[in-house]
Design a protein around this ligand. Structure first.
Ligand code: ADP
Ligand code: 5GP
Length: 198
């Protein structure tokens, strides 16, 4: 008989260990995930493939696998993406095999992906748990996205356009966390990842 929530989860469908984190660009998803994984490396974060150029400080295979468009398209055509989407002029996708491997092994898996990708995962893996990260206000989101200084104004504008659509979809998610304090959100997200799901 299961004696703890973890045991109970082990006895259930492994796909229940899949958590999707989504939210508008600049809200702080990467910051929160980095902080969570610093303390909890046992939570496995999927490394996505993207056609966008690396930002200063980003390393191939760490933040992303950086791929040429043709290489990305080949992966899609061969069915090697669990989900993929075009976001603000670039393509992003989750390699399927590593995720399925971790889920089979019972490892908690975290995907940090956009709304279109989250919808695809919802459809293909209905046991997944979806968390929306929201900004404290629209003004603060704009401040964070522009303050990060990683995109030119035209790209910031495209990302804010996408953000309006993403904010309107919050109700599709199983839980919303407001990113006022990174530490608070880290703790709340960890609790959701570890919670038994029945
Ligand atoms: P995302 O991954 O969602 O695009 P980032 O993690 O890159 O967002 O965060 C965008 C910017 O906001 C970064 O400069 C980051 O340091 C800052 N940031 C993240 N969380 C907070 C927070 N709780 N309070 C203030 N600034 C934050
Ligand atoms: P960025 O260029 O700021 O790293 O990411 C832009 C957007 O793409 C973010 O909303 C991020 O969550 C999303 N994203 C990153 N990886 C993936 C992925 O594999 N699939 C999808 N659908 N979106 C992704």
């Amino acid at each position: 008989m299961p004696t703890s929530p973890i045991d109970a989860e082990d006895a259930g469908a492994p796909a229940r260990r899949l958590t999707v984190l989504s939210g508008p660009s600049g809200v702080g998803k990467s910051t929160v995930v980095k902080k969570l994984r610093a303390d909890h490396p046992e939570v496995w974060l999927s490394v996505s493939v993207t056609t966008r150029a690396p930002r200063p400080g980003e390393t191939d295979g760490v933040e992303y696998f950086f791929a040429a468009p043709e290489e990305f398209d080949r992966m899609v055509a061969e069915g090697r993406m669990l989900e993929w989407a075009e976001f603000a002029g670039n393509r992003y996708g989750t390699p399927r095999a590593p995720v399925e491997e971790r889920l089979r092994a019972g490892t908690p898996v975290l995907l940090e992906i956009d709304l279109q990708g989250a919808r695809q995962v919802r459809a293909s893996m209905p046991d997944s748990f979806h968390v929306f990260l929201a900004p404290p206000s629209w003004e603060e989101l704009v401040r964070r996205l522009t303050g990060r200084g990683t995109e030119p104004p035209e790209v910031v504008r495209r990302r804010l356009d996408a953000a309006r659509t993403e904010m309107a979809a919050e109700k599709e998610f199983d839980a919303t966390l407001v990113n006022t304090s990174v530490e608070d959100v880290r703790d709340e997200l960890l609790a959701l990842i570890q919670a038994p799901r029945v």
